[in-house]
Design a protein around this ligand. Structure first.
Ligand code: ARG
Length: 457
């Protein structure tokens, strides 16, 4: 299609490097849709006649049928755009040559990829939403189970299981916001930009944008043909979803271990070992964690590609699709598996309760001393001494003899006697956003609303 000025075709080696059809064939539905809109705009501009328009539109529909039947498989073409055009020639003959009037593959590929990305964002959003809902559902049945909350891998303060699950649901709310934001910027239409300087024919870009469902038209053709910020936006949103899945996975791998045994994965979401018959492995979460590295790599690869190139289209940009497709495909496999694992895991509430260490009441004791009038810094130091006394006596914090406690501070004996249950300890942190029952319940309400399906934009 660009061979006129060359005496010979490209070498096999160049062809192998240059061809993008093995990657971009999946853009064919977008390429056909954008081509149909383009034909319509050309007719509107008086570049093709209504009868040519009808021929071209009918031909493109038949091309779509052929592609749906697998015509792209093993096709020799350079890319999806040349493939569609060749198939159109086969359908309608010479009039097919009018399709590319005033258009370039530069504005065409940018348009196709944006259309594809809009759809991909919606699918990602559904996957993220489904996981969010699964976490919220499991949180509603995890209000009563209390377990140690950890920081630095150390038992810190008691929290509700529901609260831990919600701590992994809130990041997904932010992910949805990021995807929605990326969607807004993706919905700008480059078509009509030509190769870099605009189209030589008076096509109505506003009409085109309406026909293709874009929000607005791009403002500068040179920018629009070389702009892949939308790909970077989506890859960043994906890298962060991946990061969130990785953190969730990492935590649950620990809880599924024999030492913790806070949760048990369902058979359908566990894997065995080929050697050790006893193993029930959390591969699902390990893969979620592992794949986060891969999607982060996709983002870094794209940014590295973009940073070196001037405005406008450069062939470097052809790399965008492999990266974007890889990241989207990766999340499309990870999200449903993680969602299923969350849906079906069993919670072992007794194991959670069995993991408590009375030392986790240290903050409660310090707070009780504060209520008795001791400044917090001082009470922190006093409880520190109590912890040391317990360690020296080889007893747990609640079993330090009252005499020893009272020697440290007169209010400590009564404070120790006043310590309530673990449940009361959790309830004592009742600030909005805390781990108390009321706070967790109101978070559940909010998150239920946040994980409604997206209002289509
Ligand atoms: N296959 C190319 C890509 O994916 C399409 C655009 C080619 N444009 C060009 N001037 N060679 O980026």
């Amino acid at each position: 299609m660009w061979g006129g000025r060359f005496a010979l075709g490209p070498s096999e080696a160049l062809d192998a490097l240059n061809r993008s059809l093995p990657v971009d064939h999946r853009l064919w539905p977008q390429d056909v849709a954008a081509s149909k809109a383009w034909v319509h705009a050309l007719c509107h501009a008086g570049v093709v006649t209504p009868s040519e328009e009808a021929q071209l539109l009918g031909g493109l529909d038949r091309v779509a049928d052929k592609l749906a039947d697998g015509a792209a498989v093993g096709a020799p073409d350079e890319d999806v755009h040349t493939l569609v055009e060749r198939l159109l020639y086969a359908e309608v003959g010479a009039v097919a040559g009018k399709l590319h009037t005033g258009r370039s593959r530069n504005d065409q590929v940018a348009t196709d990829l944006r259309l594809w990305t809009l759809n991909a964002i919606d699918e990602l959003d559904s996957g993220v939403t489904a996981l969010g809902r699964a976490l919220v559902t499991r949180a509603t049945d995890g209000l009563d189970a209390i377990l140690p909350g950890y920081t630095h891998g150390q038992r810190a303060q008691p929290v509700r299981w529901a609260y831990v699950l919600l701590a992994h649901a809130w990041p997904l709310v932010r992910d949805r916001q990021r995807l929605a934001d990326a969607r807004r910027r993706t919905a700008e239409m480059p078509l009509g930009s030509g190769a870099l300087a605009g189209s030589g024919f008076p096509v109505d870009r506003v009409l085109l944008k309406e026909a293709l469902g874009f929000r607005m038209i791009s403002a500068n053709a040179l920018d629009a043909t070389g702009d892949r910020d939308f790909v970077a936006d989506v890859l960043f949103a994906i890298a962060l979803v991946g990061t969130h899945l990785s953190r969730l996975g990492s935590e649950l791998i620990t809880y599924a271990s024999g030492e913790y045994a806070f949760i048990t994965l369902a058979d359908a979401f566990s894997t065995g070992s080929s050697l050790m018959p006893q193993k029930r492995n959390p591969d699902v979460f390990e893969l979620a964690r592992g794949k986060a590295g891969r999607v982060l790599g996709d983002l870094v690869a794209l940014l590295t590609t973009l940073k070196g190139i001037p405005a406008g289209y450069q062939k470097d940009l052809q790399e965008d699709k492999a990266l974007l497709f890889d990241a989207c495909d990766t999340l499309a496999t990870v999200l449903p598996a993680v969602t299923g694992a969350i849906d079906t895991l069993t919670v072992n509430a007794e194991r959670m309760a069995g993991a408590f260490d009375p030392a986790m009441r240290a903050t409660d004791l310090a707070d009780l001393l504060v209520e008795a009038g001791v400044p917090f810094r001082e009470s922190h130091g006093l409880i520190g001494r109590l912890v040391r006394a317990a360690e020296q006596a080889g007893v747990t914090l609640d079993k330090v003899p009252a005499k020893v406690a009272t020697e440290i501070h007169p209010a400590l004996g009564p404070a120790l006697a006043q310590l309530g249950s673990w449940e009361q300890s959790v309830e004592s942190r009742a600030t909005p956003g805390g781990a108390s029952r009321a706070s967790v319940e109101s978070q559940i309400d909010e998150l239920r609303r946040a994980f409604q399906p997206a209002a289509s934009s």
